[in-house]
Design a protein around this ligand. Structure first.
Ligand code: IPD
Ligand code: CA
Ligand code: CA
Length: 265
């Protein structure tokens, strides 16, 4: 295994084990509101600190982009970290959240790990080497259209200006799909697309740390990841659609009529 992936896995497991121990302590946590509907506790912060400590101990020259502490260092290598994706789930004891860690080199995704500490499921990928769940190879589904598909999504609960456009998309997908899931962790949604548990996924307004690891894991599992124009700028725009290549094309086609000006990429 790639040594850098190994270190990422060590960091994800350390943070995940810490988070799962804190589940019994939820009523005692001090929760702050970062912005409307955006919460953080010391669990997010401590988990992030542990991850960064492990990564920088192994690679002191690498740079960091982390949700709770921002950026540090300058290097062609950058670790993109979401220490706890699904904070709202976690704070309610809803056992569906994950640690997400990706490494880019010169802006290209190289390594990725998403760890669900409650189910002890570890999704991982190195560029060019395929994707795994607990060391077994995973692949996206071969579902060709949204007809009868199981799709995942996230609601734009922080960017409510996108509600009308989102509801149009939802209506369209929901009419043709078998069903739609909103499970509350974008990182796990992406991991589930890679593992063939969801046929496809779309969301408006994500941050790079929600998507970076999942995007590489999906690509290594044979899927496509894009913005709403099907291009590669999702890490910048935050708008993401993903599925196997055939379903990806169908999802893009169905998204088009609902794209307002600021959703066009
Ligand atoms: C959130 C989750 C959620 C998505 C939000 C994200 P957080 O991440 O991934 O599913 O809908 O947009 O911000 O705040 O729990 O790390
Ligand atoms: Ca997140
Ligand atoms: Ca988070």
């Amino acid at each position: 295994m790639q040594p850098m992936l190994n270190i990422a896995i060590r960091a994800a497991r350390a943070a995940g084990d810490y988070i799962s121990r804190q589940v019994n302590n939820i009523p005692n946590l001090q929760v702050e509101t970062k912005s409307t509907n955006d919460f953080v506790s010391q669990v997010d912060r401590q988990a992030e600190a542990r991850i960064i400590e492990i990564l920088l101990k192994a690679y002191p020259d690498h740079s960091i982009l982390a949700e709770e502490s921002g950026t540090q260092g300058e290097s062609e290598y950058q670790w993109i970290i979401d220490p706890l994706d699904g904070t709202t789930n976690f704070l309610h004891g809803f056992p569906h959240f994950a640690v997400s860690i990706a490494l880019t080199r010169k802006g290209r995704l190289e390594q990725a790990v998403i760890y669900d500490p409650m189910k002890q499921e570890l999704f991982a990928a190195s560029r060019g080497e395929g994707a795994t769940l607990n060391n077994r190879r995973i692949r996206v589904t071969s579902q060709k259209t949204t007809q009868s598909a199981l799709l995942g999504t996230g609601f734009p609960f922080r960017a409510k200006q996108h509600f009308p456009a989102y509801l149009g998309m939802f209506n369209d997908f929901f009419q043709s799909a078998a069903d739609v899931r909103r499970a509350g962790s974008a990182a796990l949604d992406l991991a589930y697309v890679a593992a063939g548990r969801l046929d496809g996924f779309w969301e408006i307004g994500l941050a790079p740390w929600d998507m970076a690891a999942g995007a590489l894991i999906i690509r290594e599992a044979g899927g496509l990841v894009g913005d709403f124009a099907g291009n590669d700028t999702y890490l910048q725009t935050g708008n993401i659609v993903t599925a196997n290549p055939k379903l990806f094309a169908d999802m893009l086609r169905r998204l088009q009529p609902h794209l307002t000006r600021d959703l066009q990429d």
